[in-house]
Design a protein. Structure first.
Length: 95
């Protein structure tokens, strides 16, 4: 996934471990948002009517979920492409 340069610059400020934590957190938020949208649509279909406030909730959680999914993918991409620190430095020669 190729990100716009401005977003990639902001994401690259975080190190590898923080990127993974943020990716997991925003991924869970995206999953929860999807659940909320699905549950709201289920209520709409079950009771065969749509409240005005329910439309707002569906739109709000849809936007939050989409933004969280994009952020999760961006930070996971940063985690995958960041260089891993070596457990042992390669410049150390055995004696």
């Amino acid at each position: 996934m190729k990100l716009p340069a401005a977003i990639e610059q902001h994401v690259n400020r975080f190190d590898r471990q923080q990127s993974l934590i943020i990716a997991i957190s925003t991924g869970l938020l995206a999953f929860w948002s999807g659940y909320r949208v699905a549950w709201s649509l289920y209520l709409t279909m079950t009771y065969d009517f749509l409240f005005g406030s329910l439309v707002f909730q569906i739109a709000l959680w849809g936007v939050i979920g989409a933004a969280a999914a994009v952020a999760s993918l961006a930070f996971y991409n940063r985690y995958r492409t960041a260089e891993q620190p070596d457990a042992q430095p390669s410049s150390v020669d055995p004696q």
